[in-house]
Design a protein around this ligand. Structure first.
Ligand SMILES: *Cc1c(COP(=O)(O)O)cnc(C)c1O
Length: 449
């Protein structure tokens, strides 16, 4: 106990730098943890009293970056060179030829679809279990989103169900590496090759995640990353496109710059295509990103190690099933830590009650995404006047039926999320998460009353 307290104090004062010391070999098992203390809701004390690592993490380097940009007076990418520097550093970090900074993750996806000249009558294949931005960028183009059901074990797009969903109208396959865990890229890339369809990877949650030793977002024609404030790399609002295809990244540059080519040497081509928008990243954001990137690799490593530990410990608890990884996954980004909850092993306790008592134990958690295809927001597309004009009533009615996702209906009733900042904690933090769940299981009948 003495030793534990000291380690905690040490971490508190030195921050993450000390964390690597905590990954000494450990022989703890879930069953060896104490569960003698009652849950908070039954008059006991919190399993995790301390609070988790706050987010974002920043210091002098971020301060300096912002002040430096301010003082140059060159605040936009058309004025300065910081965005271009960020792009070359980010591309290097990913191991990809090109990167383009844009104003958000949504902008990254929208720009790529614009560069592919997506439009009315086209279909885009996407997973149903994702953030609504993946859907929005398709409907902004008056194209049809085609939902693919989830692989309940991994929470990812069920790649086996992509091929049957392809029609002559399909223009793009847009998988998402949800939670920061790679989707089944081998299967997806095989289908892409067979049908000659571009893959746009939504890697907005998956910074530095790897499939077979290579970063995700570098496998498809293009990858999208988000730097929105909750994401693992953060500049308040921002995003990036990654690609190995020179002509594609040039078209992306033009689209995000009012349809016009760049003046910087790396993007010096005239405008292609016939549409454009302004989705440029600012020099302030790029400076902040360069500073935050110095922390990213170490943070990703800590998250991956802590998540692996949680995977092992939580798998031992009946009724808790952490998201499985495909064989090709060599690194998870763990923007979310996702697991399934089965109430039969918790005296029938509802998911909502489980989340409530887990939160009370000092472990922030949520139920995550609901069934997007059944939401009012999505269902209303079937009666949208523009969609009716483009596709007709019959097609839109059929669209609703095509979008049934029975596995995802199940998944969204079982899903639980923990958050990336929690995984930046110590081994003790992870043990206390496990302890909280074991405690809830042990006292489930009383907590149910
Ligand atoms: C965050 C996110 C986006 C959108 O990114 P923004 O920067 O918020 O626009 C898109 N897709 C997924 C899966 C995301 O998590």
């Amino acid at each position: 106990m003495e030793n534990k307290m000291n380690r905690r104090k040490f971490l508190g004062t030195t921050g993450l730098l000390g964390s690597s010391l905590l990954f000494a070999p450990s022989f703890t098992t879930a069953s060896s943890l104490k569960t003698d203390i009652k849950p908070v809701m039954l008059g006991g004390s919190k399993a995790h009293p301390k609070g988790f690592q706050s987010w974002p993490i920043y210091g002098v380097s971020e301060e300096q970056a912002l002040i430096n940009t301010l003082r140059t007076g060159k605040w936009g990418r058309l004025d300065g060179h910081t965005t271009a520097s960020f792009e070359s550093e980010y591309a290097k970090m990913l191991g990809v030829k090109h990167s383009l900074g844009v104003s958000s993750g949504t902008a990254a996806l929208y720009t790529m679809l614009g560069a592919l000249d997506l439009g009315p009558g086209d279909e885009v294949i996407m997973p149903v279990y994702t953030f609504v931005a993946t859907y929005n960028v398709i409907t902004l183009n008056y194209a049809l989103p085609v939902f693919i059901d989830s692989d309940i074990e991994t929470f990812q797009i069920d790649a086996k169900k992509i091929e049957p969903a392809i029609t002559p109208q399909t223009k793009v396959i847009m998988p998402v590496h949800i939670g920061g865990l790679p989707a089944d890229l081998d299967t997806i890339l095989n289908i892409s090759k067979k049908y000659n369809l571009p893959v746009i990877e939504d890697a907005c949650q998956a910074h530095l995640a790897e499939w077979k030793g290579k970063k995700v977002g570098t496998y498809g024609l293009g990858g999208a990353f988000s730097f929105q404030s909750s994401k693992n790399l953060n500049c308040a609002e921002g995003g990036a496109i990654s690609s190995n295809d020179e002509s594609f990244i040039q078209r992306c540059y033009a689209f995000h710059n009012q349809g016009q080519g760049g003046t910087s040497t790396s993007f010096a081509v005239g405008g292609s295509g016939t549409r454009g928008v302004n989705m440029r990243l600012t020099e302030f954001q790029s400076g902040l990103l360069l500073a935050q990137m110095n922390r990213l690799e170490q943070q990703a490593c800590i998250r991956d190690k802590n998540a692996s530990y949680l995977n092992k410990m939580l798998s031992e608890i009946p009724g808790i099933s952490p998201a499985k990884l495909y064989d090709g996954v060599t690194m998870g980004a763990y923007h979310l830590y996702m697991f399934r909850y089965n109430p039969t092993h918790f005296a029938g306790m509802s998911l909502n009650r489980f989340l409530e008592v887990l939160n009370a134990e000092g472990v922030p958690c949520s139920a995550g995404y609901g069934p997007m295809n059944k939401s009012e927001y999505v269902q209303k597309l079937a009666t949208n006047k523009h969609y009716l004009k483009i596709y007709g009533e019959k097609t839109m009615k059929e669209w609703l039926e095509r979008n049934e996702c029975p596995q995802n209906d199940k998944l969204t009733k079982q899903g639980v999320w923990l958050f990336q900042n929690m995984l930046l904690g110590s081994r003790t933090d992870m043990e206390q998460i496990v302890e909280a769940i074991r405690k809830i299981q042990k006292y489930a009948t009383e907590l149910n009353k």
